[in-house]
Structures are given as structure tokens and as C-alpha cells.
Design a protein around this ligand. Structure first.
Ligand code: MAN
Length: 485
């Protein structure tokens, strides 16, 4: 009763009973018809082509003559060019094939039903296929599960590393804060002491210059007096033209070879001069050319031989100035040391921050790939993947490494973001774009490049296996595949 009122229920009952018995029960229907279409093939009624174009007596279904344009009257023969044959493939996956393949001598269905005219041709391999597929699936699930365990360990390490980086960053930031505070203090102390140092040095330099000028003037005067005494050969306290003429080096016109009385008189600006007139108006004009036999002043001989301005200066600095210079030097050193430490810490912070900004996946597992490189050899090149850094290519026959892209970002589709990596802006391709690489990530028990390809010029695709990409496998269902209801 129930079944008469509801033919689909009958199918369900049969189907469920088949599950319970763990064996497949084939539902009777015309050859080549799927369960979903069975309803259209009622042997007690005329058959209407599925495209609605014709209605024919049911006896013409599968009579090896094509009546319908859509081939629906011949699902189990090859009579119609566009027909569809449905293999039940009990125990495996049902399959639709073009009905032209029915009885063509080739086994298309694992249940062998497409070659029904010669039943010995195609033995039923569905259960075997299912067994193989199940084994393969189980193997994959086991691998996925093992990979997932590794991933969890890597994730733990990744999280620990992140925590370590965060703690170090906090520590460095505190240190930087302190160094900045000290920097201010050291700088104001340095500025203050440097101002005093400059003032003291300027004063000392000025004093030194004044003393030097006075000393030079005194020496000049002394030399003048000595020159007068040397030239005043008759020692009468007066220089005359004859005495000047003895000093040929004073000839204003050395080239003509004669030192005339007029020239000597022009030097004296008179016939005779005493010491005071000589010092006032003669000595300044002959000072440069007069050749003395006198030795240089003792002080000059005692000058230090170093020429460095600082050494010369410090030679003249008084103790108080020298103390100030030392103090300023010490302040500069301490300030510089603080600056150096600050720079080092800023560098550390920058590198830690960079590490923390990296996207190592939702559980930090991909951190395991940072600072590692993986190789893959083809006949022509050795390829390299350094995750989070770059990809490259080196010719086997020798030659330099070509950059195939620098780390860009994760680039998988939404929800599968971590399935692809993008490396961009590699070496420019001759007359083309900059080289780039897409790294396709999949689950594997070890980190390994599986293949490298260059599907379009200078655009590379690496396939990379890693446990970091393994997910928890779905519990393996070992239910038998069923035909559709
Ligand atoms: C090199 C390699 C190749 C690339 C060509 C493009 O030979 O980088 O992968 O296709 O350059 O000129």
C-alpha cells in the first residue's frame, strides 16, 4: 500500500535495506536508465521522449531503433547518436557515458554493463576499484593526519618563537625608552660643557695669538737692531749709503747687476740714518731681503715638531682649559656610546617587528619555513625557494643566479589564503615583465619542492609540499558508494 502510494518510498526502502545488509540491491529498470530517470520509464505506460517531442509505445524503448531526437528512447543501445547510457556500477561510482559506446567492445563501466552483448568481455571490477580507491584514500588520510601532527608541533614552536619575539621587543622598547631619556641628559651636559670648552679654547687661542704677535714684533725689532749693528761697519751709530752698498742682496734691481748709490739712497731715504729712523722707516722695507748671519731665536728652535693644529694649540692651553677639553671629550664619548646603543637597539626592534609582522598562518606553523631554503633540480636549472625571502634559478652549466621574485604575500583565494605564495619583482625578463613566482602549497610530510614549471615566459610555478599545510582529516567514512536515489 505504502509503496503504491509512493514509488519513491519504495526506492528508499530498497536503498535503506541495501545499506543495512551492506550489499547493493539493484533496482529493476530499463537498461541504461539512472534511478533519477526511472520514473519516466514506466513499462505500463507509453513512453514520452524526455524532450517531450514524441510519445511511443513502451515496447519501442531499447529496441535498437532511435525514435526520439534526444535519444532518450534508447538509453541501453547505441542506436541514437546523442543518447546517454547510465552504468549503475554497483559498489563503485555510477557513470553516464554516451550511448554510442554501448557494445563497442571497450569496457567503459566497471560493472561491464555497457558491453551487455558480450558479457564475458568486461568482468565486474567495481568492488576492486572501490577497494583500491579506499586504500588510497586511507593512505592519504593517514598521511594528512601524520602531517597535521607535525604541523601542530611546528605551530607550537612558531607560537613560542612569536612569544619570544614579543617579549624581546618589549624588553628592547623599554631599553630604548631609557636610552632616550639618558640621551637627553647626556646631550644637554655635552652641549653645556662644549660651550664652555669652545669659550675657553677661543680665549686661549686669542691669548696665544696676541702673545705670538707680540713675540714676532719683538723678534723683528731685535733682528732690526742687529741688522743695523751689522751694517754699521764703522760703528758710528749712523748708517750711510756706502754701508748699504755692501749688502748686494738689498739691490732692488738685482737683474741689472749694479747696485747704485741712488738705489741705496732710495732705501735709506736720506744720506744717513740713525737707529731710531732706521727702525721706523728703513728696516720694514728691507726686512724681507736682508741676509743676516745671525742664528734664529732660541724659542723658535724649541717649538714642538708636530704640526697638528690641536697639538700646537694644546701646547698653549692652560691647565683649566685642558681639563675642560678632557671633560668635553668624555661627555662626547658618553653621548656617542649612548647613540650607538640606541642605534643597535633600534635595529633589533626593526628586525623583531619585521618578524612579528610576517604572516605565518593562523597557528604560526609557517614560521618553520623562515630562514630556510629548498632546492629543486631540472635538466637545465637548479631552482631555489627561500620562503618569506625569494625564489631563484641557477643554470646547471654555470652562470649567475637569476632572481625569480622577492617575497610578496600569501595569495590563495579567500578561505584558502595559505595555499599560494606570491614572489614578485624578480629580474626583468628580456622584452617582458619582471620575473615572478607562484608557489602552490600542499600538505606533505616534509618541506619539499615537488615541481617547477614556467607556464608562461618568466612566470614560474613551484609546487611545494609541507606539513604546515596539512589539516585535520575528516573522519574516514568507509560507506560503500551508492547509486543516487
Ligand atoms: C632565462 C631563464 C628562462 C627564461 C628566459 C627568458 O633563460 O630565466 O627561464 O624563460 O631567460 O628570456
Amino acid at each position: 500500500m505504502i509503496c503504491k502510494a509512493c514509488p519513491v518510498c519504495l526506492l528508499i526502502v530498497i536503498y535503506i535495506s541495501s545499506i543495512v545488509e551492506s550489499d547493493y540491491v539493484e533496482v529493476v529498470r530499463p537498461r541504461g536508465v539512472s534511478l533519477t530517470r526511472k520514473v519516466f520509464y514506466d513499462p505500463l505506460k507509453d513512453f514520452t521522449c524526455l524532450d517531450g517531442s514524441r510519445t511511443i509505445s513502451f515496447q519501442f524503448v531499447n529496441d535498437d531503433y532511435c525514435d526520439c531526437f534526444d535519444g532518450s528512447d534508447e538509453p541501453g543501445t547505441s542506436a541514437c547518436p546523442d543518447g546517454q547510457y547510465h552504468c549503475t556500477n554497483a559498489g563503485f561510482r555510477p557513470l553516464n557515458i554516451p550511448s554510442s559506446r554501448v557494445n563497442d567492445g571497450v569496457c567503459d563501466c566497471c560493472d561491464g554493463s555497457d558491453e551487455w552483448k558480450n558479457q564475458s568481455l568486461c568482468p565486474n571490477t567495481c568492488k576492486e576499484l572501490w577497494r583500491i580507491e579506499k586504500e588510497e584514500r586511507e593512505k592519504q588520510t593517514a598521511e594528512e593526519s601524520q602531517g597535521y601532527t607535525i604541523r601542530q608541533e611546528l605551530a607550537e614552536t612558531g607560537r613560542a618563537k612569536k612569544a619570544e619575539r614579543e617579549a624581546a621587543l618589549k624588553d628592547y622598547e623599554e631599553k630604548l625608552g631609557l636610552l632616550k631619556e639618558t640621551e637627553e641628559k647626556l646631550k644637554s651636559h655635552k652641549d653645556e660643557i662644549e660651550a664652555k670648552e669652545t669659550e675657553a679654547k677661543d680665549a686661549a687661542r686669542k691669548l696665544m695669538e696676541e702673545e705670538l704677535a707680540q713675540k714676532t714684533a719683538e723678534e723683528n725689532h731685535q733682528r732690526g737692531e742687529q741688522a743695523f749693528a751689522e751694517m754699521d761697519t764703522d760703528k758710528d751709530g749712523s748708517l750711510v749709503i756706502d754701508e748699504i752698498l755692501q749688502h748686494k742682496e738689498l739691490d732692488p734691481n738685482l737683474e741689472d747687476g749694479s747696485f747704485t748709490e741712488e738705489e741705496a739712497k732710495a732705501i735709506l731715504q736720506n744720506d744717513a740714518v740713525d737707529l731710531s729712523v732706521f727702525m721706523e722707516s728703513v728696516w720694514p722695507s728691507i726686512n724681507g731681503s736682508f741676509e743676516t748671519t745671525l742664528s734664529p731665536p732660541i724659542e723658535e728652535q724649541e717649538q714642538p715638531s708636530e704640526t697638528s693644529a690641536d697639538v700646537k694649540e694644546s701646547f698653549f692651553y692652560d691647565d683649566a682649559t685642558r681639563e675642560l677639553i678632557e671633560e668635553a671629550e668624555e661627555a662626547r664619548k658618553r653621548y656617542q656610546a649612548n647613540q650607538d646603543s640606541k642605534k643597535n637597539i633600534e635595529r633589533e626592534i626593526e628586525s623583531l617587528q619585521k618578524g612579528l609582522d610576517m604572516d605565518f598562518g593562523p597557528d604560526e606553523a609557517f614560521q618553520a619555513l623562515q630562514f630556510k631554503c629548498f632546492d629543486f633540480e631540472t635538466l637545465e636549472y637548479r631552482y631555489k625557494l627561500c620562503p618569506y625571502d625569494k625564489t631563484s634559478q641557477t643554470p646547471n652549466k654555470g652562470g649567475s643566479e637569476t632572481n625569480l621574485g622577492r617575497w610578496g604575500s600569501w595569495s590563495g583565494p579567500e578561505n584558502f589564503r595559505y595555499s599560494k605564495m606570491k614572489y614578485e619583482n624578480g629580474l626583468g625578463c628580456w622584452n617582458g615583465p619582471a620575473r615572478s613566482t607562484e608557489v602552490r602549497i600542499r600538505c606533505g610530510l616534509e618541506h619539499k619542492i615537488l615541481s617547477v614549471d614556467e607556464p608562461s615566459r618568466c612566470a614560474y610555478v613551484f609546487e611545494f609540499a609541507t606539513p604546515c599545510a596539512c589539516t585535520q582529516p575528516e573522519p574516514a567514512g568507509d560507506s560503500f558508494p551508492r547509486d543516487e536515489l
